[in-house]
Structures are given as structure tokens and as C-alpha cells.
Design a protein around this ligand. Sequence first.
Ligand code: NOJ
Ligand code: CA
Length: 714
Amino acid sequence: MTPAKILAFLAIILTCKIANSQQTQTLEMGKVKLSFMVDAGGTPRYEASYNGKPVILPSRLGFNLNTDSLFYTSFEIAGTQKRSFDETWQPIWGETKNIRNHGEELLIQLKSKHAAGCLLTIIFRVFEDGVAFRYVFPQQPNLKYFIVKDELTAFNMAGNHKTFWIPGDYDSNEYLYTTSSLSEIDNRKIVEAATDIAVREAPDPYAVQTPLMMKTMDGLYINIHEAALVNYSSMQLHTDRTTHALTASLVPDAVGNKAYLHAPAVTPWRTIIISDNAAAILSSNMILNLNDPSVIKDPTWIKPMKFAGVWWEMQTGKSGWNYADNADNLSKDGQLIPNGKHGANTANVKRYIDFAAANGIKGVLAEGWNPGWEDWFGNWKEKVFDFTKPYPDFDIRQLTQYAASKGVNLIMHNETSGSATDYERQLDTAYRFMNLFGYTSVKTGYVGRIIPRGEHHDGQWMVDHYLRVAQKAAEHHIMLDAHEPVRPTGLQRTYPNWMACEAGRGNEYNAFSNGSPPEHETILPFTRLIGGPMDYTPGIFKMKGYTSYAPTRQMHTTLCKQLALYVTLYSPLQMVADLPENYQAHMDAFQFIKDVPTDWDDTKILAAEPGDYISIARKEKNAANWFIGAITDENSRKAIMPFSFLDKGTRYVASIYRDAAHADWKDNPEAYTIEQFIVDSNTTLNITLAPGGGAAVSVKPASAEEIKKLKKYK
Ligand code: NOJ
Ligand code: CA
């Protein structure tokens, strides 16, 4: 839809200036209601309810600025405007073909009663699935350059809700989720014990990260996060364990400030997704709708894909990233001395290219291709990697030609080890280098303490850095997958080449630490993925018995659950993470990974409960095929899946990949059964998921021959 058409849909129903009237303003959409008022002390407050039940009790809005520590008092309403909006737009890639942005907006202009008369605008939007608001600092004579010392936004919860949380760490989102009531939140022991997370800084014991998922005693689901995080620091939530009030807690910079702004300026949107149905939380498009449309004029080069990579073999200790064991111990002629365990060597990368080409996988990542890995981590040194120089055994020219001849795209790896300053100095040359050698995507990484020293992964400086990288990548037609960045806030709409992020605890923790319990993947879609796609790296087939390096490590899922994750954990860049030889041992099950796409026309959340189970059906982009993933936590359960989403009157072949009768994640994870049946829109699938298990189903229109040959599902 053109911007002009979009505007045509935006009917402005009411504009009223009510300079002297300070009464409560309300906004409603479906079951969601929002009220705003300025109290007797001039403090702006809002509250929200769902179907008459309080969700947010009256809560304060405002700031502590360097120019005015009381920038939350002495305000009066100077004007209000209301409008309705209803538009439908098409993402460049995504979970559905069309996205409807439908709601009501209330804009409140506030003016300080102090002599300076400073202005602050708050924009509220209500949708059928929740409430959002952002602050606007208009251009004005007495507030120009200023520093946010604290944002005072509160979310006063109406009860002691069940909460799925990770510690409010300035540098990491890679913690395991804890499920507790709000009054039990205390992250100290968790942070202390999380020695598998490289950099941790969580000074507030009662702070948690967003997206924060909550469930009330009477079955309301509430998710708090933010949208369009640009030029600001990331919001964590401080919990008052007695009153159940959550307050914004912004990640500080090296000198303790939260954000540097120059009016006119806006903050990110604060989002509260609300529903009495857990599935509606997963299908909410609120965060995307609050972000700006794509700035990329011609997006034809942006292509979702699956990718293999020289990666899991390093994670499991079969090979290494580093070419030499020691950076200081050089040969007589000054060269690194090869250790013979280097994974990203030309022959091995070719092996992955062959594997990808043979199985229709479009991308191949090679990590450990460039010097620096000998002492890349933990020294807080600024100069670690050169992003335009390969190791001697990585023949980039040959690999570029080889990949091209096989129709495979190479994926660049730029691990910065946290030295963002050095990465910025190399950005131009690094991206030109990618163009020169035909790389179409880059996986970035920020393992380590950040440089500029004192900055944090989730602070304003780094928030801006990740965006500069996405913008530079877009200039060079490069797709981006950022590891260890701030968690996403829907910016993939505006910068659709920024396809995926890690920013959470990925599958890799099962290789290099004690891993994540089976419930982990049932929580992620309600938390981390609310902001955007995750490069989780699913598809591990060899569930345990890695090398001597990790003899006791194992996946905390069955093999079929690894298949299901391709559907339940959405990403337009989806890794086919295991080693070719481990797939070759199960080529029948691998068929599902070959078939499953990474871009969708439609998505139906069939069943969901955070911490317990998720079943999702998705329709392949521009095709009649559907793919279904169902997963469970540590408990075996039945996934009952009505196929009413299929076209009426069409018969399909369902290929069902399910846990075998005695499968379970711990002792029998690789046992599975594959069956094919004829199904239609009246079919209801009933599949038993093993403890820690899952099921994956592909559904394709049946040929006449298949209809004759295969049994109908009963
Ligand atoms: C952590 C990333 O998540 C992982 O995928 C990568 O292999 C290592 N850092 C090394 O960059
Ligand atoms: Ca559970």
C-alpha cells in the first residue's frame, strides 16, 4: 500500500483543544481500555484494563532530566488529539502475508507550570491486544540538549502475577528463565551461578529484562516490552516485590547517564500486550505495527534462507575456531603455527557447501576464518580481528568460486569480541570485502566486555552501533544476523535486512554448558521472540555423545522437537545447525528440514501455554503447503491439532515426524516414527509428544496417486 493510501485509511475523528480541562481521557478498543489523567501534583498517570479487569493500576509517567529532576510534576494538559487508524501492510518477509494495524490513538500535550514552560507529549495507542505509549520531546526554546538521568515510567501490576523472567543484566539476555511470582523475583543467585555467560552485570537484584511475560491468577496474559528502540538505552524493569509495581530502569552508559537527547526527540514505545488467550500473545503484531515502514527502497536482494555452517563442530569440540594455539609463539619466519584442528579450512568449508547444495540449503557460514581467534576473548583489548584477512588455510577466492558454482551463498562471520569501536573503523572495508567475495549475509558477534570501555551491550551507544551496522549492511545489500546484541524491538520492519538476532539463550548452550531444560523453547516465543526473530540454531540430530570435550553434554530435547523448532521459533534465517554426517545418519527425518521454508503467508497458533507447550501451523509463502510444529516441556502430552485451516475440499498428504513410543529427551532422544496419511480440513491430528519432545508435520496437496496409495488419517 502506498503511503498516500495508508493516510487515506487514517480517519481523524476528533481533534480537540482543551487547554483548561484536566479531566480523565479514555481510549478503548475491543476489550482494552486506557485512561489518562494528570493528578493534583501535576504528575501524568495512566491505567489500563482488559474486559473490565484492571491490568495496570494508576501509574506514573515522566523523567528525571539533568535539566529538571522533577520532569514528572507540575504538568497540565495543554491539548489532546484523538484519531483512529486502520491499515493493512505487507512485510518484506514474515509470519503472515498481511498485517493489520488497527487501533485508536490519543495524543496528550503537556506543559510544565514552571516558568520555563517545558513541553512533553505522550502518544497512547490502544489495539485489540493491548496498549502502547511513547514520549515525544517537541522542539522548544527551553529544552534543547538534555540528558535522561532516569525514566520514571511505571507499570503498577494489579496482582502478584506468575512471571517468566531473566535477570536485568546490562550485557546479557542469555539467562535461563525463572518462573516465579513477582514477589519472589531476586536475581542474585542466578547471576552468580551463570558462569556460562561471558559478561554479566546485574547490579539490581530485583531488575528483570523485557519482554517480560506474566500470567494473572484469573488467566490474563500480559507481556511488557518496548518497540522501536533507537537512540535510547534499553529498558529493564525494576520490581517492587511488595506492591508489584514495575518501573522502567534504563541501562546506563559509562558515566551513569541513561540517554542523551536533542529535541525534537522520541523515546521507544512502551508496550503492554494483553489477552485472555495465550495464543493471541504469540500472534500479536503490535510491536511491528509500532515500528516505521521499511526504509529499503528495493528489497529484492533480501531473501530468507536456511543455512548450514562450520560451527556446531566447534561448539562440540570436534574442531576449533583458532588456526594456531598461541598468537605469540610464531614460526621462524614469523607465521602462526597451525594446530591441525582448525575447522574453517578450505576442504572442510567445501564439504559444507556440497552438503548445502545437495539439500537445497542456500547459505553456508564459516566461523573462524580470520586471524585473531588465538586470543580473542577476555583481554578487553581493542584490536582483535581483521575482517578482511583470511587465515592461510582458508582460500577465500577458491571458496567464493566454489560456492557460486554450486548456487550457495557464503555467510561472513564478524566476531568483534565486544570491540565495537574497532568494528566501526573496519565497517566500510569489511562490507566492501563481503561484496567483493560474494557474501550475501553477515553474522556479527559481541562476546566480551564492550569497547568503548564502560559501555554496555544494551546501552544507548551500542543500540546506535547495532543500527549503524544494519544501515551499513543495507548499503552493501548484506543481510544481518547479530549475536549478543540488545534484544530486538521490531526494527526488522524498518530494516528488513536485519533479519535475525541471537540476544537470548540459544541451542548452543546445550553444547558448551549444562544446557537449557525442556521448557526453555516453550517460554522463548513468549519472551525473547516477542521483539523479533531469533537465530536459535535448531536442527541438532546427534543428541549426545559429542567428542571427549563434551562427553556428558546433551540436548534437552528429542530429535523430533528439534524439527518442530523450525516452525515454533520463527526466523527468516534459520540454521541447519548439525554436522552433515549427523544428518546423513537420519536422512528420512532430515527431509522435514529440507522441506520447511523460512518465509510464510500465514500463521495459526493452534495451542500455547508459556512454560508448557506450543503448537503452530504456518503456510508456506506463495505455496499451498503447511508446516506444523508442536513442542512440549519435560512432560509428555498429547498435541491435538484441528486442521480447519486447510482449504475445504482439498486433500493433502501429511508427513508426520513424531517421537517414537518410548522416546524421551534424556535417555532415548533419537527415537522417532515417520508416517504419511491423507488429511483434509476435517482432520484432527492427535499426536503424543514425549517428555521434552515434539512433532513436526508437513502438509502438501495430494496427487491422485497418493490419494489411492495412502490411508486416510483417523
Ligand atoms: C557466540 C555466538 O552465539 C556463537 O554462535 C559464536 O560461534 C561464538 N560466539 C563465537 O563468535
Ligand atoms: Ca512446565
